[in-house]
Design a protein. Structure first.
Length: 238
C-alpha cells in the first residue's frame, strides 16, 4: 500500500509553506462562514478533520469553542502545538489516520456540535469505500442536526477541456495524480468527485440536507458551484 505523502516530513514542510502563503490570510473570512453555517458558539465543540497546522482549529478555539484537531502528520501537529502556544489557546490534537477515526474515539457518539474538513484534508486519497467509512465515523461523532463542512476538488473541472487527455488524470476512476519532486519523488492520488458522487457518498453515510456550493479560498459563501471552480464545498446535516 502506498504511504500517505503527508507522513513525509519534507513534503509536509513544503506544503505547509505554501498553505501558509496562499491560505492563511483568508482564514478569518473562512472562520466567519464556518461558525455561521455550523451554528456554533463559545462552549460548543468542533471536530477539525485533517487540521494541519491548526489554521482553523486555532481561530475556533480563540472564540471559546472546544476543538479536536485530527491529523496524520506528526510534523503538522508539532507546528500546530507551537502555534497554539503562541496564541495562548487550547486545542486537543490527535495524531491519527482518519481511516481509524471510529477506533480512535472508541465508539463514542454524539459529542460534537459541528465538524470541518477543509482543503482536501484526508478524503479523496483513499478510495470511495474508505472515504465513506470516514464520513460514517464523522456522522456518528456529531450530535443530532449538527453539520459537516467539507471542501474538496471539483471533478467537473477535471472532466472538462484538455485535462481529460492528461496522463495525470484517470477519467475512469476520476483520480488525479500529483507528483512532488522535492528531496524525494512522491506522488499522491486524489479522487476528484463530481457533485452527484459526493452527494451520494454523503447520503450513504446517512447525512441529510446535502448542499454543494462553489467557493474560493478566503471567500467562503453561499454561491452556486461553477463548472470551472477548482474546489467545491459540501455541507451535510446529521
Ligand atoms: C492541504 S492540508 C490542509 C490542512 C488544514 N485543513 C488547512 O486547511 O489548513 C491537508 C491535511 O490533511 C492531512 N491528511 C491527509 N490525509 C490524512 C489522513 N488519511 N488522515 C488524517 N489527516 C490526513 C494532512 O496531514 C494535512 O495536514
Amino acid at each position: 500500500m502506498t504511504r500517505n505523502p503527508w507522513e513525509n516530513e519534507n513534503f509536509v514542510a513544503d506544503s505547509l509553506e505554501s498553505i501558509d502563503r496562499k491560505f492563511l490570510p483568508g482564514t478569518a473570512q473562512e472562520i466567519e462562514f464556518i461558525i455561521r453555517e455550523l451554528g456554533v458558539s463559545s462552549g460548543q465543540s468542533v471536530l477539525d478533520l485533517g487540521c494541519g497546522a491548526g489554521r482553523h482549529s486555532i481561530e475556533l478555539a480563540s472564540l471559546g469553542i472546544h476543538v479536536t484537531g485530527v491529523d496524520i502528520s506528526p510534523r503538522m501537529l508539532d507546528e500546530a502545538r507551537k502555534r497554539v502556544k503562541a496564541r495562548n489557546v487550547e486545542v486537543d490534537f490527535v495524531l491519527q489516520d482518519l481511516l481509524f477515526l471510529e477506533e480512535c474515539f472508541e465508539g463514542k457518539t454524539d459529542i460534537y456540535d459541528g465538524a470541518i474538513s477543509i482543503c482536501e484534508s484526508g478524503l479523496g486519497g483513499l478510495g470511495w469505500e474508505k472515504d465513506l467509512k470516514i464520513l460514517q465515523a464523522t456522522k456518528a461523532l456529531l450530535r443530532e442536526n449538527a453539520r459537516l463542512i467539507l471542501t474538496t476538488f471539483n471533478g467537473i473541472r477535471k472532466y472538462r477541456g484538455e485535462r481529460i487527455f492528461s496522463k495525470s488524470f484517470d477519467f475512469l476512476n476520476g483520480t488525479v495524480q500529483w507528483n512532488w519532486h522535492g528531496k524525494e519523488k512522491l506522488s499522491e492520488i486524489q479522487k476528484a468527485y463530481i457533485p452527484s458522487e459526493m452527494k451520494m457518498l454523503f447520503e450513504m453515510a446517512g447525512f441529510k440536507k446535502i448542499e454543494i456550493l462553489g467557493f474560493n479560498p478566503g471567500s467562503f459563501g453561499r454561491r452556486a458551484l461553477e463548472p470551472d471552480d477548482i474546489e467545491m464545498m459540501v455541507i451535510g446535516t446529521k
